[in-house]
Design a protein around this ligand. Structure first.
Ligand code: NAD
Ligand code: LMR
Length: 342
């Protein structure tokens, strides 16, 4: 009798955890840089998705153990590991969503642009392989400086003749996650209800939270606007300093990236109500790349929500004009990097 009741309990436990992730679709996701600080927790969160059937983990080292570990979770997706350039093509074959957190993170005192020299080459090489092996995939770029690495990816894809601007995304979800958290804390709101659009780019003053467009509608004093905007813009640096040389945001980034992956998969799966902010090729402003809210569909960006740039406050309008020169320079630096070294 004891044996039977134990069996029943076990089945219930398994059902409980398993029913949470009953397979609902069969998309393939690849994470490039999967053994890193972001890659590992991101892989774990993607492993929990019921929409994923195959999770391909790639890194230049240490990915075998990560994959072995993760593969023991009783969720539907099959985990595979790929180490080094010779295994990259196999990792990418037939993949629907490629997430790229490969590259070096900041240390205190550095800007994201200080990472350009190393990460530009890493992103270039990885996106070349994406172009060759899964040109139809949604590409999520996390590696910094995002303001430049996304234009780099676009140039590489253009050179390969497979650029689809609707499927290339700089991941800025963490800026939205932070804005939502900080606004909810400051205004004592229920976190789940708060939604702040963040536009521009992903570095310092190029990160522009549109607090006046917060949902639900909230009023802020001028001081609150200034404090919240500066905190959101410097939140990455807040983490870099707290980690004191041991890297930058990894856990909150993995959470944010997993949300963007899940949104992409829902869109691919036909959900017609998927909205996120992301840094994409855009004609909302005179800049060729710009982060804003977008609607995601089966083919990537289905619509750019420009209405949120209407009726900005004077503070936001000024901040928008102020960010343009820096963002423009970062975009041009990325484009030049590929065009000057074809
Ligand atoms: P990390 O050093 O912990 O991990 C990076 C991983 O990339 C390592 O496992 C490394 O082996 C791997 N890697 C290096 N070169 C590679 C290559 N050629 N191919 C495949 N993998 C390679 O760093 P992290 O903390 O995970 O951060 C990664 C990147 O993400 C950094 O550039 C960081 O600035 C950026 N980041 C972006 C955001 C954002 O909001 N977009 C947030 C946080 C961090
Ligand atoms: C972040 O915003 O946390 C990332 O871009 C990492 C960093 O360097 O701040």
């Amino acid at each position: 009798a004891l044996k039977r009741s134990y069996k029943g309990k076990l089945q219930k436990q398994n059902q409980r955890s398993y029913s949470y992730v009953q397979p609902q679709a069969s998309y393939k996701v690849a994470v490039l840089g999967a053994a890193g600080g972001i890659g590992q927790p991101l892989a774990l969160l993607v492993k929990m998705s019921p929409l994923v059937s195959a999770l391909n983990l790639y890194d230049i080292a240490n990915v075998k153990g990560v994959a072995a570990d993760l593969s023991h979770c009783n969720t539907p997706s099959q985990v595979s590991d790929f180490t080094g350039a010779s295994e990259l093509a196999n990792c990418l074959r037939d993949v629907n969503v490629v997430v790229i957190p490969a590259g070096v993170p900041r240390k205190p005192g550095m800007t994201r642009d200080d990472l350009f020299n190393i990460n530009a080459n890493i992103v270039r090489t990885l996106v070349e392989a994406v172009a060759d092996n899964c040109p139809d995939a949604f590409i999520h770029i996390i590696s910094n400086p995002v303001n430049s690495t996304v234009p780099i990816a676009a140039e590489v894809l253009k050179q390969k003749g497979v650029y689809d601007p609707k499927k290339l995304f700089g991941v800025t979800t963490l800026d939205v996650v932070r804005a939502n958290t900080f606004v909810a804390q400051k205004k004592n709101l229920k976190l789940i209800d708060v939604d702040v659009p963040v536009i521009g780019g992903h570095a310092g003053i190029t990160i522009l939270p549109l607090l006046s467009k917060t949902k639900p509608s909230v009023t802020f004093t001028d001081t609150e606007v200034e404090e919240l905007t500066v905190r959101i813009q410097n939140a990455g640096t807040e983490v870099v300093e707290a980690k004191a040389g041991a890297g930058s945001a990894t856990l909150s980034m993995a959470y944010a990236a997993a949300r963007f992956v899940e949104s992409s998969l829902r869109a691919l799966d036909g959900d017609s109500d998927v909205y996120e902010c992301a840094y994409i090729q855009s004609d909302l402003t005179e800049l060729p790349f710009f982060a804003s809210r977008i609607k995601l569909g089966r083919n990537g960006v289905e619509a750019v929500i420009g209405s949120e740039l209407q009726g900005l406050t004077e503070y936001e309008q000024k901040a928008l004009e102020a960010l343009k020169p820096e963002l423009k320079a970062s975009i041009e630096k990325g484009v030049a990097f590929v065009q000057k070294q074809p």
